[in-house]
Structure formats: C-alpha cells, structure tokens
Design a protein around this ligand. Structure first.
Ligand SMILES: *Cc1c(COP(=O)(O)O)cnc(C)c1O
Length: 522
C-alpha cells in the first residue's frame, strides 16, 4: 500500500509547510501607492532589519488556510467521540444570531446606553442558567470551564474569609477520578488538595468523604455525572455532610449535558458549579476555540460573585454593568464581589449562541438533549460491550447503564498486543478522531467515548462497526496493523513525550517545520 508520495501531497490533499517557510517579506495581497510626506517620528528607534513577517498574495493566503482547515477533523465531518469534551453539532441558527451586528460588532467600552440589547441577552441567559440549575446567582464572565472552577473556588475562599476561616480551612477534597483542572484550580486558588481514593464501582462513597471531614476542610470538588460517565447516587448526602462540617460543595458541571432539564444542581446541595456553554449549550469549541464557563452560585456564595454584574436601574429599567470603578453602586445591596475574572464581560458570541440554543430547544427540547445523549451512549455501550471491556458494566453489574459517555479499557485487547494508543491511531486511518485516551486516570488504558445526542443511529452504527472491525482485527492477531497506524494521516506517530518535554515554541529561519513535527515519527 502506498503510504508516502513523492510530493507529500496525498489523495487530492496538498501538503502545507509552515507559513513562515513559504511566505516572503515582499509578498502582499494589496497594491498601494507609497505613502507621501510621512516623516519618520520614531527617532533612533526605527527598526534596522526587515521585520521578516511572511507575506502572501490573496490566493496564496486562501490556499494556506484552506489546506490547513482540511487537516482538521470537525464535528461537521463526522462523529467526534472525544469523551468529556461533548463535541456536538452546533445549530446554524446559533451562528446567525451571533453574527447580528448588534451582538457581533459592539465594543466592550461602548456606553451601556448603546448596548442595552446585548445586556438583555446576558441578563436573560443568566436568568435561564439560574432557572435550569436551581441556583440564585451566576457569574457570566469566566471564559472556560477551568476559569469557571477558579471563579467558584475564589467565591468559596471569599466566603471562608468573611467567616474568619480563610486561614484555617485550606483542605479541598477531590476524587481521584477528577478532571485534572480540579486539583490544579484548587492549588492555584491557594488550597491544599486531599484525594479521595477511587472505588471499584467508579463512584465516590459517602464513607470516604466523611472519613476526611474536619475543621480544616474548605470544601469538595465533585463531578456529576462523573468522569467515568456514571451518576453519583450519594451526591445529596455528600453535600449535606460537607455543609454540616462547615465546607462548601463545588460541582464540576462540565457534564451537565447529561442531566440538563432533568436535575437541578441547586436541589443537590451544590454551592458553585461552572457550566461549559461550549459543551452543554452547543457553541463550537476545540482546537483552542472560544469557550465560556459561567458559574452558578448558591445563596451562601452569591454575595461574592465577581464583577462585572448587570444591575437594572430602578428608574427607567435601564441595564447597567457594574465594574470595580463604580463598586459604590453595590453599597447596601449586600454584594461583596471578590474581584473580577477577566478584562471585560466574557464571551458575548458564546452568550448569544447559548441563549439561542436554549430558546430554540425550549424546556422539553433541553430535557430531550440530556435523554438522547444518555440513550446514544448506552446504545454504543450495548453494541461494543461484547468486544471491549467495560470496567463498570462488568459481571457484577451486567446491565448497569452509563450516562452520556461510555467507558471501556484495553484489558481485553492488551494481552493480544494492542493497547489504547494503538486503537486510537487505527481509528485515525478509519476516518475518525479518536476517543479520549487514558482518561479518567483511575481506569488503566481508558477509552472514553461520548457520542452526544446529535448523532443519528446510522452514524452511531457506522462508528460501532469500525470499532468492532478493529476488535476483530486484534483477535485475528494482526498486531502490526495497529503498531503501524496511522498510515493515512498527514503525520504518522508523533513523539508526544518529547514534544511535551522539549516543546519547540519558536520558529527560526532555517528550521524545518515538518521535521520538527515529526521528530521521531519514523
Ligand atoms: C472540559 C472539562 C473541564 C474544563 O473545561 P474547559 O472549558 O476545557 O476549561 C473540566 N472538567 C471536566 C469534567 C471537563 O470535561
């Protein structure tokens, strides 16, 4: 089989070097007359050498970016099974509203009188986030899930300080199965992480939490449904125990997709929870694209919500944004904001998309989002379970359903010489972005698959057929097929470890981008 072509181009797809390698300082897409009569006002500070930015004609520019875009796997191309990430279809209606001039072309420093409509969108989004979560307040400005975690933990810190316990309550309980951002956030916010060990059933047990409670506990960070794709049945009792011990309950709400419209986190005793708008309420993400992590807060934490906050003036019903500069306006309202999360108000484009998504689905539609997400994951569980080991659906728990994502491990294929990484690479050749590999860490060789609710049965079957065919190939002993994969991707196996340990973050003339990317590809 041909795996290398002489040009590096392959099957109508052109190879594309780095923009710096092909661009040239004199290249340009415009033809303007030389400026007349502009005296140099830089004194001795004018640059002596050329800036060396890559220049291109317009068609070259188009080709560069279109070629790059063809290397990108996208939800609009096919099922994107990346677990924990909720890669779901983004309705084009969202895009339409987000591009309305009144939302897309405004500036955060515009006088508020000129952006009343945008403020109304933010206010209404806040209203629905509070209604759906059963929580009294929300901070809209955090710009990602992890940023929302930081917001929630800083609110907890502010509440503890207000109680005079800022110095004594430093310990935060975090289950072993948590997303890495949870312990990282707790530490960055000045807390000490105390891990709750994993149990065989993939769930957090009340006893394990109670055993760790004490007067130095600030709170707990739990995910529900958790990162193993399982609902935490003891969550309410755990929340009660934490509160009784004087701590707060942070819930990582990245998996809210599975329960939206069905469960109100406020009813479970949650004090703070970030909602990844870019997961639960569509809005495109990935590849470093925009996110938004509004954080809902309980009555106990609401007073500490960060600025800016939208307040509606009593006279005339005009909406105002309150920043630190006019903090005096909050006097008498009982609000004691802990500060602010970012320069301005958060991601307006994401707010508009999320509200569009909510309103176009309605309450029945949002409930169906959760139900279909869970149904689709369970369909994949049922089809793939005969071929891969499901650690939490095993013999003891024959019919245990999962939530919105399904977890397998490589224990049934590893003895035959094929590991999770090899399955992931073989999927690339089959036209699919891999599932999430080696996460959650509590399961060895984890393969976490989240199909999301927007996949029709036909697409689920196509994906399941590929997974089953690969499992059969393992059983047939064709280990080499997996070790050689990917054969058809633009790059073969990359040296991830070396890339992480010795990242090459700067390009210098003479560097070879393709070589740098390949490192130990051969
Ligand atoms: C995605 C995710 C996060 C972090 O969200 P970002 O928007 O990527 O910062 C945190 N916890 C879990 C469980 C997640 O899936």
């Amino acid at each position: 089989m041909i795996t290398q072509t002489t040009s590096g181009n392959r099957g109508l797809l052109q190879a594309e070097p780095l923009i710096f390698e092909t661009g040239h300082a004199t290249g340009t897409g415009v033809d303007l007359p030389a400026p007349k009569g502009t005296a140099n006002k830089l004194g001795g500070l004018a640059r002596k050498a050329a800036l060396d930015l890559p220049g291109f004609s317009e068609p070259e520019t188009m080709r560069h970016f279109v070629r790059l875009s063809q290397k990108n796997y996208a939800i609009d191309l096919g099922l994107f099974p990346l677990g924990s990430c909720t890669m779901k279809h983004n309705p084009r209606l969202n895009e339409r509203t987000a591009r309305f001039e009144g939302f897309a072309d405004i500036h955060p420093l515009q006088p508020t009188a000129t952006i009343q409509g945008a403020l109304e969108v933010m206010d209404e989004l806040a209203h629905w986030l509070c209604t759906l979560s059963g929580m009294p307040a929300v901070a809209l400005s955090p710009k990602a899930g992890a940023h929302g975690e930081m917001c929630g933990m800083l609110a907890i810190k502010a509440a503890l300080e207000a109680r005079g316990e800022g110095q004594t309550r430093k310990r935060v309980l975090v289950p072993e199965s948590a997303h890495g951002t949870n312990p990282a956030t707790a530490v960055a916010a000045g807390f000490i992480v105390d891990e709750i060990p994993a149990r065989d059933d993939g769930r957090v047990h009340l006893d394990d939490v109670v055993a760790k409670l004490g007067s130095d506990v600030a709170g707990i960070m739990m995910t529900n449904p958790n990162t193993c794709g399982l609902f935490e049945p003891e969550i309410k009792r755990i929340a009660d125990a934490i509160h009784e011990a004087g701590g707060y309950f942070y819930c990582d709400g990245a998996n809210y997709n599975a329960i939206v419209g069905r469960v109100r986190p406020g009813d479970l005793g949650v004090d703070a929870m970030h909602i990844n708008l870019h997961k639960t309420f569509s809005t495109p993400h990935g590849g470093g694209g925009p996110g938004a992590g509004p954080t809902v807060l309980s009555a106990a934490l609401a007073p500490y919500a960060p600025l800016p906050q939208i307040v509606i003036e009593k006279s005339g019903g005009v909406r105002q944004l309150v920043f630190a500069e006019h903090e005096a306006e909050l006097a008498g309202t009982g609000r004691k904001p802990f500060g602010r999360m970012c320069a301005f108000h958060g991601q307006m484009g994401m707010f508009t998309r999320a509200l569009t998504y909510m309103l176009s689905h309605g309450s029945d539609g949002l409930r169906q989002v959760a139900e279909d997400a869970v149904l689709n994951a369970n369909y994949l569980l049922a089809r793939l379970k005969p071929h891969f080991n499901a650690p939490f659906g095993g013999p003891k728990n024959e019919h245990a359903p999962c939530m919105h994502e399904v977890l397998f491990d490589d224990s049934s294929i590893k003895p035959k010489g094929v590991e999770t990484i090899d399955m992931a690479k073989a999927l690339l050749d089959e036209g699919y972005h891999p599932f999430t590999t080696y996460f959650p860490l509590v399961v060895h060789g984890a393969m976490l698959i989240e199909p999301t609710e927007t996949e029709p049965k036909r697409e689920l079957d196509r994906f399941a057929d590929v997974m089953i065919a690969l499992a059969e190939r393992v059983n047939a002993g064709d280990v080499e097929h997996f070790k050689q994969a990917p054969r058809l991707a633009p790059m073969r196996r990359l040296d991830d470890t070396r890339a992480a340990r010795q990242p090459k973050l700067r390009w210098r003339r003479g560097d070879n981008g393709a070589e740098a990317a390949k490192h130990a590809a051969e």
